[in-house]
Design a protein around this ligand. Structure first.
Ligand code: NAP
Length: 241
């Protein structure tokens, strides 16, 4: 079957950076499945993108729910037979939550950021193998970079978000593992840092807007065949793992 339009799935896309990635991809002509835990919120988020001419459809997706992930994979298989772009964007940060023990913060954070990302990626790989230009983009954070954390002059040296940083370090490790495993199958897998961005996750602090933050993920979703795999990048270039 001829592939006329690329098809992307973005997790956690009903708000924040995920929504901006979905909108940016739609404006570039990509058909977007907008992953959302709550379909009503996904519908509200999708409506303006559709009104602007984008092909955007909300799809129910909770990374902690195996059934939700499996149903979505079956639906994409049935309706499209393939997936071209997977953006693992959904993520949480619970380090500032005083009501949870550190162990509980870690348990919940790993469940979404690491196990959830792994679950979704595993479910989508068979569909990505059906694409001639498959890309996986993991939305990570430079806060997880061991290389930068060891630099005393790094601007975020004072930031201490232990469970979040550990979770994104695990995402970075998975990025390298998948990049190696999938290199010969034509699937490029990279990690991107959107930068410090004003979203619900940061209590709307941070100098970047979601649409500025989305740019790097969009560029790596649309990488040419000669683009890299297994790298960690932000807008300024490559980051140390
Ligand atoms: P956000 O506004 O809090 O959005 C997070 C999204 O993830 C929401 O759509 C949320 O859905 C979804 N989500 C949460 N738990 C989920 C689950 N179990 N299953 C599926 N979706 C789930 O955060 P953001 O700032 O846009 O962050 C997006 C990504 O960028 C995250 O991976 C974050 O770590 C990363 N990042 C952000 C910054 C920053 O400064 N903002 C910097 C570096 C990296 P609900 O609306 O249903 O809760």
């Amino acid at each position: 079957m001829e592939q006329t339009k690329k098809l992307a799935l973005v997790s956690g896309a009903n708000r924040g950076i995920g929504l901006a990635i979905a909108g940016g991809l739609a404006r570039r002509g990509v058909e977007v499945l907008l992953g959302c835990r709550d379909l009503g919120r996904g519908e509200l988020a999708s409506a303006p993108l559709r009104a602007a001419g984008g092909r955007v459809q909300p799809v129910q997706l909770d990374l902690t729910d195996e059934g939700s992930v499996d149903i979505l994979a079956e639906r994409i298989e049935r309706d499209y037979g393939r997936l071209d772009i997977l953006i693992n964007n959904a993520g949480i940060v619970l380090d500032g939550n005083p009501e949870l023990s550190v162990v509980e913060r870690m348990r919940r954070t790993l469940a979404v950021n690491v196990l959830g990302t792994l679950r979704l990626t595993e479910a989508m790989i068979p569909l990505l193998l059906g694409s001639s230009c498959a890309r996986i983009v993991n939305v990570s954070s430079e806060l997880a970079s061991f290389g930068l954390r060891s630099e005393p002059d790094w601007p975020y040296a004072g930031i201490d978000l232990p469970t979040y940083q550990a979770s994104k370090a695990a995402v970075n490790s998975l990025t390298l593992s998948y990049a190696g495993q999938l290199q010969d199958r034509g699937i490029k897998v990279n990690a991107v840092c959107p930068g410090y961005t004003a979203t619900e996750a940061t209590h709307f602090e941070g100098p970047r807007t979601p649409s500025q933050a989305a740019g790097i993920a969009i560029n790596f979703a649309l990488l040419d065949a000669d683009g890299p795999t297994g790298v960690f990048v932000n807008d300024e270039g490559e980051l140390p793992w």
